[in-house]
Ligand binder design. Structure first.
Ligand code: 5GP
Length: 112
C-alpha cells in the first residue's frame, strides 16, 4: 500500500530496520551518508535501492531538512533511476530511496 509522504518519519519502517542491521540485506555499498542494496523483489536484472542513512521520508523532507549527499559514479551502458513519492507515486516504504535499474533495455519511461 502506498504511504502518505507528508507524515513524520516512522523509525520502524523496513529500511530503518535494514539500516540498523535488524533485517538483513544484500549490500552493494555503504558509507556514512548512504546505503545501496538489492531490492528483494527485483524488476530488472539489476535492481538496487539507494537510501540515505539519514531519517527522511521523501525528497521534500530531505530538501527541507537534509544536507548534501555524495554523488555516485555513472556507468557506460546506462541505467534508470526512479523515485516513488506518496500516494500517486505509489511509494510503499516511508524512507527516502531511489531505485536503480540496469542490465537490460528499459524501454519507454511509462507504460501507456
Ligand atoms: P517503493 O514502492 O517504496 O518505491 O519501493 C519499495 C521497495 O522496497 C520495493 O521495490 C520492495 O520490493 C522493496 N522492499 C520491501 N521490503 C524489502 C526488504 O525487506 N528488503 C529489500 N531488500 N527490499 C525490500
Amino acid at each position: 500500500m502506498p504511504i502518505d509522504a507528508t507524515q513524520p518519519y516512522d523509525a520502524d519502517n523496513i529500511f530503518a530496520k535494514i539500516l540498523r542491521g535488524e533485517i538483513p540485506c544484500k549490500q552493494v555499498y555503504r558509507d556514512e551518508w548512504s546505503l545501496a542494496f538489492h531490492d528483494i523483489n527485483p524488476q530488472a536484472p539489476t535492481h538496487i535501492l539507494v537510501i540515505p542513512t539519514g531519517a527522511y521520508v521523501s525528497w521534500d523532507d530531505f530538501s527541507a531538512r537534509g544536507h548534501v549527499a555524495r554523488d555516485a559514479g555513472l556507468v557506460a551502458p546506462g541505467y534508470r533511476l526512479l523515485a516513488n513519492i506518496g500516494q500517486h507515486g505509489h511509494q510503499e516504504v516511508p524512507h527516502l530511496h531511489v531505485h536503480l535499474f540496469g542490465g537490460r533495455q528499459m524501454g519507454q519511461m511509462l507504460p501507456r
